[in-house]
Write a protein that binds this ligand. Sequence first.
Ligand code: NDP
Length: 469
Amino acid sequence: MPSPIHVLNAIGGTWQEAESGQRMDNVGPKDGTVVATLPRSDGKDVEAAVIAAEAAQPAWGALPITDRADMLDRIADVMEANADALAELEALDTGKPWEVARHVDIDRCIRNFRFFAELGRTRPEQTFAMDDAMNYVLRKPVGVVGLISPWNLPLYLLTWKVAPALLMGNAIVAKPSEITPLTAHRFSELADEAGLPAGLLNVLHGLGPEVGQPIVEHPRITAISFTGGTATGRIVAATAAPMFKKLSLELGGKNATVILEDADLDTVVPGVVRAGFLNSGQICLCGSRVLIHASLYDAFLPRFVEAVEAFGIGPVISADHRDKVEGYLALALEEGGQILTGGTRGEGTGFHLTPAVIAGLSPDSRCATEEIFGPVVTVHTFQTEEEALAITNGTEYGLAGSVWTSDAERGRRFAAQMDTGMVWVNTWLHRDLRVPFGGVKHSGVGREGGEWSLGFFSEAVNICVADKA
Ligand code: NDP
């Protein structure tokens, strides 16, 4: 692997510099060195990508869906053959351990393609019979779609959009986070190697305001699928809504992990540690607020702290992000909290922070209601289910959460009252790709997953045919 890696834009089946010729650095979080340089693209590159996408889309959209599903499988095959090397790039770019990159990120990227390929082959045609007519629902491609993705699960979240977008016959202009461009770049080469026709997958690198914003603004990109922070999502929505674009927004979260008084701590402790700290707490679904019944607090806390200290994590993504997380740790002390463990810089020049547990904060403090998106969990107690629900639902976010109890029926009842798009009972991040994925309130608009993704990346057209001509 050359060092630093030279990342290029993929436009129309060729790999190019930004038209401006400008490049920028990409710093690795493990030791703070420059691991790659990338094109600093702008609106001119977006225009070139849209022209390439428009040239490629009609032929692709006209193929039977089963042919497109076969291509998804070929892409999965090539990714599988290159899985270890892809994991190496993801680990280099994000700082996560190679095993996590390989078995959480890259395995899931491959599954994204296999899953949507299978769905494309097996989903029945939708028809609605009337006494005197038959309705046929066609699923037409949207056309050219814009995909914008974040740095925490770089290729995992990008392929979660690419696979259904291609399956439904669209051409893509994608922008990965400028902090983590490596796997998106390599993936554009692998898709080409798999035989994906040129121009269907255009990948542009660079900064959000300089290349993401022109994608959202482009009049001939008619759907935007965005995953990222709530503040950026607000800008994307404000830009796209007056143009009547299809819009999918997967945004931030401040997810509660609720431990009811009948929960079994042997199951709870490892589950809650994983929910809080997997990927250094940098997953939108992470349970960053632990709400525990007061009767269990004394038994839970020392076991939780011990397990957190034993849980190995990688660095956070960047120096800026580490500063942001440290800012919240300082705020926690100002707000009256106690840091029971963690929150200190690790050794070396990378962006390491030890996993932190904070107790003693009011559930409506800023640290307990704002998204920190790092290795920090706050712990709160409650006496009644009503109180637990009020705390759970007391933030502007509504992405996900989990409930832990020895009575699964009780867990389901509690879960149904949570104002979130997803809830796990006695587990966390247990994913079936067929189910709806997304948030309510400020955590997003729309759903991804299975049929929901296919619905977003297509236009449903109804044709009603009368029985008598
Ligand atoms: P950001 O919102 O900062 O960035 C997301 C993407 O948007 C990046 O590619 C970014 O580019 C780009 N971008 C920035 N400004 C604009 C703009 N004006 N127009 C178009 N695109 C733009 O999020 P992060 O990358 O920091 O990711 C972390 C956030 O993502 C967290 O809030 C997390 O909760 C959320 N997230 C949500 C998930 C969900 O499914 N709900 C899943 C994973 C993460 P650049 O990097 O160059 O700024």
